[in-house]
Design a protein around this ligand. Structure first.
Ligand SMILES: Cc1cc2nc3c(=O)[nH]c(=O)nc-3n(C[C@H](O)[C@H](O)[C@H](O)COP(=O)(O)OP(=O)(O)OC[C@H]3O[C@@H](n4cnc5c(N)ncnc54)[C@H](O)[C@@H]3O)c2cc1C
Length: 257
């Protein structure tokens, strides 16, 4: 089905966007002029230490389920509200762990409809970046290598407790707005230092709890979010010299093919 959808877009010269849970996307206020392929490949199958999960499977659930069963590797995933495909595509991470850490291989469908098994070594990973971000096609599933651990469940619960304490988990947001700079204070620390907590444009607001979270305080438009992000970027650059880069992916209305 995923393959057919990609081939259809190719044949019809249609723009497309493969969407997981949409937790890291900011759509244009006009929507998207093309086909949104909502990934619903939802399965998780473990054999020995190898766990294969469909790209549409909840990454957070996978983190909690594996830790509960005493497997280590994906504890950090609990609380990241995306899909397995979105986590692989973004190389999502938290608490010093990243998706690429225990990843073994990815099943990928190219825009030409070719199904490829890509070992980890053939994929480039960086901080919230992967080589998938430079090509079309879609991630169909991912296989992880886990290790048995009695401490996995405790570690996962600590991670959730930390998130609940420090992040505005009850508010609507797309997670961290900016990537952390490669060295020095985090994006959140810089924004806080610049006194920007609580700054608002329309319905978009910099969270009072965590300065790198931009929340929808009511009726925020994509335009509000983008304007507030620009305001924060320029205030931080002026006051600290650091240029913050967006982590949230802006999806333009029109993508030329
Ligand atoms: C409250 C909150 C907390 C968060 N905490 C964290 C955190 O701790 N760490 C972290 O790294 N992120 C965090 N995020 C951001 C987000 O959850 C992650 O980036 C997540 O991995 C995105 O997954 P998704 O399925 O929602 O992706 P989407 O938002 O649906 O998509 C993101 C990008 O991935 C692409 N994509 C998605 N699925 C596929 C696929 N199958 N094939 C090809 N491309 C695909 C999309 O086209 C898009 O470009 C948080 C977000 C929120 C709202």
């Amino acid at each position: 089905m995923l393959r057919e959808a990609l081939l259809y877009c190719r044949r019809e010269k249609l723009s497309y966007l493969v969407l997981g849970k949409g937790s890291n996307c900011l759509f244009d206020d006009r929507g998207f002029d093309g086909l949104v392929i909502l990934n619903k490949i939802c399965f998780a199958k473990q054999e020995g230490t190898r766990l294969c999960a469909g790209a549409g499977y909840s990454f957070s659930l996978l983190g909690a389920q594996t830790a509960r069963k005493g497997w280590s590797g994906l504890e950090f995933a609990a609380g990241i509200p995306g899909s397995v495909g979105g986590a692989v595509y973004m190389n999502a991470g938290a608490n010093g762990m990243e998706t690429c850490g225990c990843l073994e291989e990815v099943l990928y469908v190219t825009e030409e409809g070719v199904v490829e098994t890509l070992p980890k070594e053939q994929i480039r990973f960086g901080y919230r970046t992967t080589s998938f971000q430079e090509r079309g096609g879609a991630i169909a599933s991912a296989t992880f290598s886990l290790t048995p651990s009695q401490g996995a469940r405790g570690k996962q619960l600590d991670i959730i407790a930390y998130r609940t304490r420090t992040q505005p988990y009850k508010e609507m947001s797309a997670g961290c707005l900016f990537r952390n700079p490669p060295c020095g204070p985090s994006a959140g620390q810089l924004i806080e230092q610049c006194g920007l907590k609580g700054t608002r444009v329309g319905g978009a607001e910099i969270s009072a709890r965590h300065a790198n979270f931009l929340i929808n305080a009511g009726g925020a438009t994509a335009r509000d979010v983008q304007e507030l992000a620009r305001l924060v970027q320029s205030a931080v650059a002026d006051q600290t010299g650091v240029v913050l880069e967006m982590e949230v992916r802006s999806v333009p209305y029109h993508v030329s093919r």
